[in-house]
Design a protein around this ligand. Structure first.
Ligand code: SF4
Ligand code: SF4
Length: 268
């Protein structure tokens, strides 16, 4: 598949694609001359899991984290809400989390920071086909990670394993399945109400939890009591539930059980 066939995002178009099993050299540690240079003036798109983990690390309500540390760029072909880490408004635009000794939120660093120097793209959705991710290597001039003497080589799989990405892939894949859903085939887009629903369920998880427990949600949908109990305190279970709810609410999949009579009641 060529780059244009895959509808690659602009930032990946001229990058080297890694074939299955192909390796790249890389080492990043405080001893590299470019240490920390990549943690400034950089576009980092956050995933729902990134937002959740960073908010928890900082002890913030997800809404407060989003308001303080993120921005939502609007582009003309935006089909879904986009959440980006906001760089500090000072000289050099450093990341809010970079410190002299490196990343101060290392254990919860975003997906994009773990992936670098790899980039990933998902081919456009095709009905009945599971899209296979494609991997690319960034060979940026400022990054000396690939030139370190004796640095080891990695396949995309080994790198993702090393960076803890394989371990969190079930939740990331749940999100990827939403954004690459066949519903979007043909350029369909969400109306503002559904855009907001998507944003809240995916990123503002504490507000989504209030929606479940403080609205008529439980009168409208049948959710087993033990699952509800888990959703009160288990953030990752709640995120999985949010993805399920969106598949119902946006793509009309039968992923939620509507209580008998609830549909009629809500129409009256
Ligand atoms: S989150 Fe951490 S690794 Fe990512 S840009 Fe900021 S300081 Fe660097
Ligand atoms: S520029 Fe590359 S090698 Fe240097 S700190 Fe960043 S990722 Fe590591």
């Amino acid at each position: 598949m060529t780059a244009s066939e895959a509808n690659l995002p602009a930032f990946l178009i001229d990058k080297r694609r890694l074939k299955e099993g192909e390796v790249f050299p890389f080492a990043c540690h405080p001893g590299v001359p470019c240490f920390n240079s990549c943690c400034a003036d950089v576009n980092i798109v956050l995933t729902p899991l990134d937002v959740l983990r960073l908010a928890r690390r900082l002890g913030l309500h997800t809404r407060d984290f989003l308001e303080t540390f993120t921005s939502n760029p609007i582009t003309k072909d935006l089909k879904l809400p986009m959440v980006m880490l906001k760089m500090k408004d000072e000289e050099g635009k450093p990341c809010p989390f970079v410190g002299a000794a490196g990343c101060t939120v290392y254990g919860e660093r975003p997906w994009a920071c773990r992936m670098y120097p790899l980039g990933m793209a998902i081919p456009p959705a095709r009905a009945g086909e599971e899209p296979e991710p494609m991997f690319f290597v960034f060979e940026d001039d400022h990054c000396q990670g690939r030139e370190q003497p004796g640095c080891r080589t990695w396949t995309a799989t080994a790198w993702r394993e090393d960076q803890g990405l394989a371990q969190q892939d079930e939740l990331e894949a749940g999100f990827r399945d939403l954004v690459s859903h066949p519903w979007f085939i043909g350029g369909r887009t969400l109306d503002p109400k559904r855009m907001h629903m998507f944003y809240t369920a995916c990123y503002d998880l504490d507000t989504f939890r209030s929606f479940i427990f403080e609205s008529s949600f439980r009168e409208r949908f049948e959710v087993p009591p033990e699952e509800l109990e888990e959703l009160k305190s288990n953030d990752e279970a709640l995120l999985r539930f949010a993805f399920r709810w969106l598949r119902f609410a946006i793509f009309a999949e039968p992923t939620m059980k509507v209580r008998e009579g609830a549909a009629e009641r809500s129409e009256k």
